[in-house]
Write a protein that binds this ligand. Structure first.
Ligand code: URA
Length: 202
C-alpha cells in the first residue's frame, strides 16, 4: 500500500516518511512559489532533519562515527546543514556529476569523499530524485570506493516514481528515504508537481 496520494506503490526498500499533518504543512510551504528564500530554507531544513533522523534510526545506524554524508552537488549541498543539525561532527563528502555534452550521459567531474568511507553507512543527499541519472552515477562512484550497496541510504525530499524505479532496478539493496513521492516527470524531466528548480528557490 502506498502512503502517498498517488497510485504508485514503491518497492519495500523505499521508505516514505509518514504523512503527518506537520509534514503536509511543510510540503505546502516549500511548494508555494510565493514562499521566500529564508522560509524555503528553514522549512526544507525541517523536512531534511526528519529524513536524517529516519535514516539514522534505520537498521540501528548509530551517530557514533559509523556514518558519513555525501552530497550530490550542487542541490545536495543544501541538505548538509540539516544533516549536521542531527549528527554534529559528521564527515561530509561531495560528488559533482554533470551531463557530458558529447555523450549526453551523466559524467563524474569531482569527488571528495571522507577517509574510511568503505566502513561507514553513507547518507547520500540529493533533494530531488527525478530521472535517477546522477544518483546512479553517484552510487557507482561510492561502490567504486568500496562502500557496500546495503550501507547506502539515499535521502530526498521529493522523488519521482521513474527515478525510484531506475535506481532500485540497478541497486536493489540500497534504501531510498524520501519525504514525498510525486506523480512523475514532465517532458523537461522536472518532477510534477514537485517544486520547480530546487536550486532557484528565491
Ligand atoms: N531537480 C530540480 O531542481 N527539480 C526537479 O523537478 C528535478 C530535478
Amino acid at each position: 500500500m502506498s502512503t502517498n496520494n498517488c497510485t504508485y506503490s514503491p518497492p519495500s526498500n523505499v521508505i516514505c516518511l509518514p504523512r503527518t499533518n506537520q509534514l503536509e504543512a511543510l510540503l505546502t510551504i516549500i511548494r508555494d512559489k510565493d514562499t521566500n528564500r529564508g522560509d524555503f530554507i528553514f522549512y526544507s531544513d525541517r523536512i531534511i532533519r526528519l529524513l536524517v533522523e529516519e535514516g539514522c534510526e534505520f537498521n540501528g545506524v548509530s551517530f557514533k562515527g559509523k556514518i558519513c554524508g555525501v552530497s550530490i552537488m550542487r542541490a545536495g549541498e543544501a541538505m548538509e546543514h540539516g544533516l549536521r543539525d542531527c549528527c554534529r561532527s559528521v564527515r561530509i563528502g561531495k560528488i559533482l556529476i554533470q551531463r557530458d555534452e558529447e555523450t549526453a550521459q551523466p559524467k563524474l567531474y569531482y569527488a571528495k569523499l571522507p577517509p574510511g568511507i568503505e566502513n561507514r553507512y553513507v547518507l547520500l543527499l540529493d533533494p530531488m530524485l527525478a530521472t535517477g541519472g546522477s544518483a546512479i552515477k553517484a552510487i557507482e562512484v561510492l561502490i567504486s570506493y568500496g562502500v557496500k550497496e546495503d550501507k547506502i541510504l539515499f535521502l530526498n525530499l521529493i522523488a519521482a516514481p521513474e527515478g525510484i524505479q531506475a535506481v532500485i532496478s540497478k541497486f536493489s539493496k540500497l534504501k531510498i528515504i524520501t519525504a514525498f513521492i510525486d506523480q512523475g516527470l514532465n517532458e523537461k524531466k522536472y518532477i510534477i508537481p514537485g517544486l520547480g528548480d530546487f536550486g532557484k528557490s528565491d
